[in-house]
Design a protein around this ligand. Structure first.
Ligand code: PMP
Length: 290
């Protein structure tokens, strides 16, 4: 069975999964998306992802031509058609086909695309040895411009940051706000652990409201580890006992060095590893079955 992609109500072969060059998703990055995972036939935090998708769409005034329930059904249908139990799911809503002008009124109907693929796991060494981050010059988009809470099809801000990290010989970039506060990495949220408490930047400062970030907060509360959403500078990061990133694809990745400063003892932290094992447990039990 070849793999199938869902486009506007139809499951088409991967080779035939094509959209118009006049789609404003391509022309202007006008659209929203979600990256979701399924684990052993359970779609993790699907309703949270659908809520965030609809919130992103609402902010950019994009009408999703389906209800959440219908989108859930289409996602399950796509997973089944691909015979995948452990998958990475990309849900995309584009503004649809218009002409070469920006005006979104030219696009009569939004398009829905669902791709279900094998998950490309991060190299094991990242989890065993931890990541080495570098702060990059490109600042995260201003909330007053394109709010980072909108998961839009325009990721150039993050791509610029990623390029700068790669150009300097690093895998991942730490992004700051225009005022120099710590925000997030190019596709992951950041946490630190210090003095028995977890800290993560508040999303109102201009970070994506990560679903994995939410799950980590939920797990920490169960483990009785207090969590604060806190405005931080790099100074607090450099002096943390532990640091880690969270994201759908990455899950929880330890960070052991930031801008040349060793974090803690330079090894993945105990609390980080405990959270990762609890997180992996949660993915085995929590989700929409298909
Ligand atoms: N920040 C950014 C900029 C992201 O793109 C993502 C998702 N890849 C995240 C954080 C993590 O969010 P989630 O846990 O919902 O995947």
């Amino acid at each position: 069975m070849g793999s199938k992609v869902y486009i506007d109500g139809k499951l088409v072969a991967r080779e035939d999964a094509k959209i118009s060059v006049f789609d404003h998703g391509l022309l202007y990055g006008d659209g929203v998306f979600e990256g979701i995972r399924s684990y052993g036939g359970l779609i993790f935090k699907l309703s949270e992802h659908l809520d965030r998708l609809f919130e992103s769409a609402q902010t950019i005034m994009l009408k999703v031509p389906m209800s959440k329930k219908e989108l859930e059904k289409a996602t399950v249908e796509t997973l089944k058609a691909n015979g995948l139990k452990d998958a990475y799911i990309r849900l995309i809503i584009t503004r649809g086909v218009g002409d070469l002008g920006l005006d979104p009124r030219k696009c009569k109907k939004a398009s829905i695309i669902i791709i279900a693929d094998k998950i490309a796991l991060y190299p094991k060494k990242f989890y065993e040895k931890g990541l080495d981050l570098i702060t990059v010059p490109t600042r995260r988009n201003l909330s007053e411009a394109i709010n980072p809470q909108v998961k839009s099809l325009n990721y150039l801000n993050n791509i610029m940051a990623k390029m700068e990290a790669i150009n300097s010989g690093y895998e991942e970039a730490l992004m700051l706000s225009s005022e120099g506060y710590v925000l997030e990495c190019t596709g992951d949220n950041i946490f630190i652990y210090t003095g028995g408490r977890l800290y993560t930047p508040p999303f109102c400062l201009g970070v994506l409201k990560g679903i994995t970030r939410g799950a980590v907060i939920e797990i920490s509360q169960k483990l009785k580890i207090p969590v604060s959403e806190h405005v931080m500078t790099r100074h607090e990061l450099y002096n943390a006992e532990e640091a880690f990133l969270t994201g759908t694809a990455a899950e929880i990745i330890p960070v052991v060095k930031i801008d040349g400063r060793v974090i803690g003892d330079g090894k993945p932290g105990k609390v980080t590893l405990k959270l990762l094992s609890q997180f992996r447990k949660l993915t085995k039990t929590d989700g929409v079955k298909y």
